[in-house]
Design a protein around this ligand. Structure first.
Ligand SMILES: *[C@@H]1O[C@H](CO)[C@@H](O)[C@H](O)[C@H]1NC(C)=O
Ligand SMILES: *[C@@H]1O[C@H](CO)[C@@H](O)[C@H](O)[C@H]1NC(C)=O
Ligand SMILES: *[C@@H]1O[C@H](CO)[C@@H](O)[C@H](O)[C@H]1NC(C)=O
Ligand SMILES: *[C@@H]1O[C@H](CO)[C@@H](O)[C@H](O)[C@H]1NC(C)=O
Ligand SMILES: *[C@@H]1O[C@H](CO)[C@@H](O)[C@H](O)[C@H]1NC(C)=O
Ligand SMILES: *[C@@H]1O[C@H](CO)[C@@H](O)[C@H](O)[C@H]1NC(C)=O
Ligand SMILES: *[C@@H]1O[C@H](CO)[C@@H](O)[C@H](O)[C@H]1NC(C)=O
Ligand SMILES: *[C@@H]1O[C@H](CO)[C@@H](O)[C@H](O)[C@H]1NC(C)=O
Length: 426
């Protein structure tokens, strides 16, 4: 009887109130994403002008950085040493960063990168080797207005080694310069990252091997550091190619490349979109890698890569058959790095984070996340117990933003404590 009455009065007094009237509440639900996870991150250097790409922190504590560039007047430096919280100084000198004939060559009617093999043109990576020598890898392909890179001319793309213990090395030539023929590095190749194994038993010369990721023409280049000879593997395989129509999100925003030259709605970057994240396992047996336009993790055994196809007609197919697919990484990746515990650190620009892949379990796990990690790019494991990385806001550069530069200065060098130490194969 009472229930019936209550129902009746509801009908009488609220005949038109068919829905609830919402008001914003002060209180949050039980769980809110705070944007952070893992060990504390520290900003240790600010780049006031140019966005950094590569970073390497050596045994001595000296740290080097590289910048992409296309114009000597506005970007005099492509390689620098970090000397304090805000300053970078030219390495090895301003003169070495200044090709006398400029960054491009248009004498033949078409524009190519300079073929200058004595000066830096546009360096993409700086990496300390296990013996503490610094290597700079020059793409030979400057960034033109609009974000595109002209094809390279042989001589321009090069790997240069500097002995920092040599008192004249701050102002003089490198101890080694390796250039590439066009069958090893095509004109649209882009030398992206390099890893070293200096174990004496790998080559006849005993001076070790450099493995290079070519993100532009999609493949792995192997260099005998003794003879300077180089060869190519995994050319254009699915595992090194960008995923077609790959669409990534940054700060939540799906991001297309919208340059005039490439209006297509996919994420094939100026640097090619191919193999980019690149690290060597702690025991030297594998290279871990991913194309930048991909969320897939691969590895390949290094032994078959060390065979030059010119010496063995089956070398190419054997290397290709040794690629293993390890599953997805949880997002697109840029830089990779390994530590001596065996972990692979995987930068995650889509999530402002770094994941780890553990080869013992096969699992990808979140390691660290922070809203200030605006495109974590290159990673470097240092002896002081930190993983250092650049955060350069790459998706806000003109090539992804229809010609407008939306990056906000300054850019950051960040570090986070890790359990491991650097991998030194020698
Ligand atoms: C933020 O959330 C994560 C879980 O996503 C938690 O591990 C962390 O402790 C939280 N940090 C703060 C400062 O509340
Ligand atoms: C940082 O180094 C630059 C270049 O050597 C120098 O001009 C500047 O005074 C230094 N700043 C600090 C705070 O030490
Ligand atoms: C420019 O191109 C010409 C013609 O191909 C070549 O002879 C010259 O060495 C090149 N110079 C540079 C600096 O690349
Ligand atoms: C440079 O010198 C230091 C100190 O003498 C030494 O520990 C280190 O091994 C040397 N590095 C190279 C690359 O020779
Ligand atoms: C090279 O230059 C750096 C930065 O100016 C300096 O700290 C270092 O001592 C120099 N090294 C040598 C070997 O002259
Ligand atoms: C130091 O570098 C210069 C210039 O590259 C070279 O001539 C010299 O032999 C090097 N010295 C040593 C001890 O390596
Ligand atoms: C080279 O020597 C190292 C250390 O002794 C060993 O672990 C590795 O398996 C050797 N590699 C090859 C290709 O023989
Ligand atoms: C890109 O810019 C051009 C020229 O400024 C403009 O016409 C076009 O609508 C823009 N495209 C997008 C997707 O915003």
């Amino acid at each position: 009887m009472q229930i019936k009455l209550a129902f009746f009065s509801l009908l009488l007094f609220l005949p038109l109130s068919l829905g609830v009237s919402f008001q914003p509440l002060d209180q949050n639900p039980g769980l809110v994403d705070n944007g952070t996870f893992g060990p504390p991150v520290e900003i240790v250097h600010l780049f006031e002008e140019e966005p950094p790409i590569g970073i390497t922190v050596g045994q001595s504590g000296r740290a080097f950085v590289n910048f992409n560039r296309g114009d000597l007047a506005t970007n005099p430096l492509t390689v620098a040493e970090i000397v304090n919280a805000t300053a970078e100084v030219p390495f090895p000198s301003l003169e070495f960063n200044t090709p006398p004939d400029g960054l491009v060559n248009t004498t033949s009617g078409r524009t190519f990168g300079s073929s200058d093999s004595q000066h830096f043109i546009n360096v993409q990576a700086v990496v300390f080797d296990p013996k503490g020598r610094l290597w700079a890898m020059d793409t030979g392909r400057p960034v033109l207005e609009g974000g595109d890179n002209p094809p390279a001319a042989p001589g321009g793309p090069k790997l240069m080694g500097f002995d920092l213990n040599n008192s004249s090395s701050n102002s003089t030539a490198p101890f080694k310069t390796i250039t590439f023929t066009e069958d090893v590095l095509p004109a649209l190749g882009y030398l992206n990252d390099v890893r070293f194994d200096l174990s004496p038993n790998l080559t006849a010369s005993g001076e070790g091997i450099a493995y290079i990721a070519d993100s532009g023409a999609h493949g792995i280049i192997v260099v005998d550091l003794g003879t300077g000879e180089s060869w190519r593997h995994l050319d254009q395989l699915r595992s090194v190619n960008p995923v077609t129509n790959f669409l990534a999100s940054f700060f939540g925003s799906p991001t297309y490349q919208a340059s005039i030259l490439r209006p297509a709605l996919h994420w094939e970057t100026v640097a090619g979109g191919g193999i980019d994240g690149f690290a060597i396992s702690a025991d030297g047996r594998f290279l871990y890698f991913t194309p930048i336009a991909s969320r897939d993790l691969y590895r390949v055994e290094t032994a078959p890569l060390r065979v030059n196809p010119a010496d063995d007609m089956f070398a190419t197919i054997r290397a290709a058959q040794n690629v293993q697919y390890l599953g997805q990484m949880g997002g697109a990746a840029d830089g990779f790095e390994t530590d001596d515990t065996g972990l692979i650190y995987i930068s995650q620009p889509e999530h402002n984070s770094i994941n780890t892949f553990n080869p013992k379990t096969g699992l990808v796990e979140l390691f660290v996340r922070d809203p200030r990690m605006a495109w974590p790019d290159t990673l470097s494991v240092a002896d002081d117990g930190f993983l250092y990385f650049t955060a350069n806001q790459l998706w806000l550069s003109p090539v992804y933003q229809n010609g407008t530069d939306k990056r906000v200065k300054p850019f950051a060098l960040i570090r986070v404590p890790i359990p491991g130490k650097p991998v030194r194969l020698m």
